[in-house]
Design a protein around this ligand. Structure first.
Ligand SMILES: CC(C)[C@H](C(=O)O)[C@@H](O)C(=O)O
Length: 439
């Protein structure tokens, strides 16, 4: 009887030859990631349960990434980063991407930015491995053909002490995406389409496996966008079979060995869902839920107050490239926030060109606000002084992943989740806009 990619990874990590959905198994963890929001809580659990002088199970398998509430005067947010700093020193944690000078992030070569994108860029996401992170969007790394999922501080504290976790094997829902991607569609449209179809609880505790020629043709960054948002459908994790695109990306960033695994042809799926991507159109998720889907066209009378391009989901280099394709030669009508996910993405904005101009030149000429310091920034609101935070009950088109009430700050603000194409087109007109008007 065949197994899916995720079953194979979990079987291997639990030292068994076969596992089945629904079984509870102990897995050996390859990597644990935590950040400034949950790190302090995780460290607290670890110390309480394993002792004040306890040592972590492996200082080379824990990655600490301050990224959420960084550029703020908020004392508690700053204290959280201090706790990570002390812990990294005490435990000789190898991968701690610290920021010491808040006034100039560029003076901090170690500082990366948003954890999920930084993990990939620093070579921590490898096929066949088991990655847990204290963040729901840890599922982002499923794009690399690994088992990656978010956990709470208690589980993370336990992993810190033991390197193991008890988990239930998820059943797999298979999404077959075939057909030619139209030039106006992005991975964000596909995942919003799927979440709209199955709802925010449609994949609860299941693996969402993405396959088909449209996925095979995707870059790693687009694959990450797909997997990043499986949690918005309740998914435990997302997976995509590793291929040459994956290997090239990973090998350029790490020399650690890894073993790719693949879904067997006779594997059993919980369900199968087929899409012809050539027939889809640009969509948005309307307030206040990621499954509240509408086509961008249907929302063309929605007046917006701002556009936000950033986050783990929508603040990668290609996301900005796509926004620049639309913005080039136009002026924005609303304040448009550019928040690179990581320091590397920030640098790319000043290096990578679209039609002779750097992305940052295109943004500035279009009247966008100058690119901000890399971090999660207003994706999840944050302290009042967070860059781009919605402090008024306004309407925003955003490339982020969630639009629950209060998500970006003000409880009465309305967020339309959209692709970078759609966010950029909307910034130009001041209304939710189908990017085909500009492409
Ligand atoms: C702060 C963190 C726990 C949270 C998450 O788990 O997703 C955040 O990153 C988010 O995107 O909502």
């Amino acid at each position: 009887m065949g197994m899916t990619l995720v079953e194979k990874i979990l079987a291997k990590a639990s030292g068994r030859s076969v596992v089945e959905p629904g079984e509870n198994i102990w897995v050996n963890v390859d990597l644990l990631m935590t950040h400034d929001v949950c790190g302090p809580g995780t460290i607290g659990v670890f110390k309480r349960e394993f002792g004040a002088d306890a040592k972590v199970w492996d200082p080379e398998k824990i990655v600490l990434i301050p990224d959420h509430y960084i550029f703020t005067a908020d004392a508690r947010a700053n204290r959280n980063v201090d706790i990570l700093r002390d812990f990294a020193k005490e435990q000789s944690i190898k991968y701690f991407y610290d920021i010491t000078d808040l006034s100039n992030f560029k003076a901090n070569p170690d500082y990366k930015g948003v954890c999920h994108v930084a993990l990939a860029q620093e070579g921590h996401t490898r096929p066949g491995e088991v990655l847990f992170g204290t963040d729901s969007h840890t599922c982002n790394a499923g794009a690399f053909g690994q088992f990656a999922t978010g956990i709470g501080n208690t589980d993370a504290g336990f992993i810190m002490g033991t390197g193991k976790l008890l988990i239930k094997v998820p059943a797999t829902m298979r999404f077959v995406l075939n057909g030619e991607m139209p030039p106006y569609l992005l991975a964000k449209d596909l995942i919003l389409q799927i979440i709209g179809d199955i709802s925010v609880s449609g994949a609860t505790y299941r693996t969402m496996e993405f396959t088909g020629e449209a996925v095979e043709r995707m870059t790693m960054e687009e694959r990450m966008t797909l997997c990043n948002m499986v949690i918005e459908a309740g998914g435990k994790n997302g997976t995509i079979a590793p291929d040459e695109t994956t290997f090239e990306y990973v090998r350029a960033r790490t020399d650690k060995p890894f073993e790719a695994v693949y879904t067997d042809s006779d594997a059993k799926f919980y369900s199968e869902h087929h899409y012809d991507v050539s027939k889809l159109e640009p969509v948005v998720a309307q307030p206040h839920s990621p499954d509240n889907r509408a086509t961008a066209r249907e929302c063309s009378d929605v007046k917006i107050n701002r556009a936000y391009i950033g986050s783990c989901t929508g603040g990668k280099t290609e996301d900005f490239f796509h926004a620049a394709q639309v913005l080039k030669g136009h002026k924005v009508k609303v304040p448009t926030y550019i928040v690179p996910a990581t320091q590397k993405v920030y640098e790319d904005l000043f290096k990578i060109k679209y039609q002779e101009q750097t992305l940052s030149e295109i943004f500035l000429e279009a009247g966008c606000i100058e690119p901000a310091a890399p971090s999660c920034a207003a994706c999840l609101g944050g302290p009042k002084d967070t860059f781009g935070r919605m402090n008024e009950p306004e309407i925003c088109v955003s490339t982020t992943n969630r639009n629950f009430p209060g998500r970006m700050g003000h409880k009465e603000a309305g967020i339309y989740l959209a692709s970078p194409f759609t966010a950029a087109a909307s910034a130009i007109t001041g209304y939710v806009t189908d990017p085909r008007e500009f492409l």
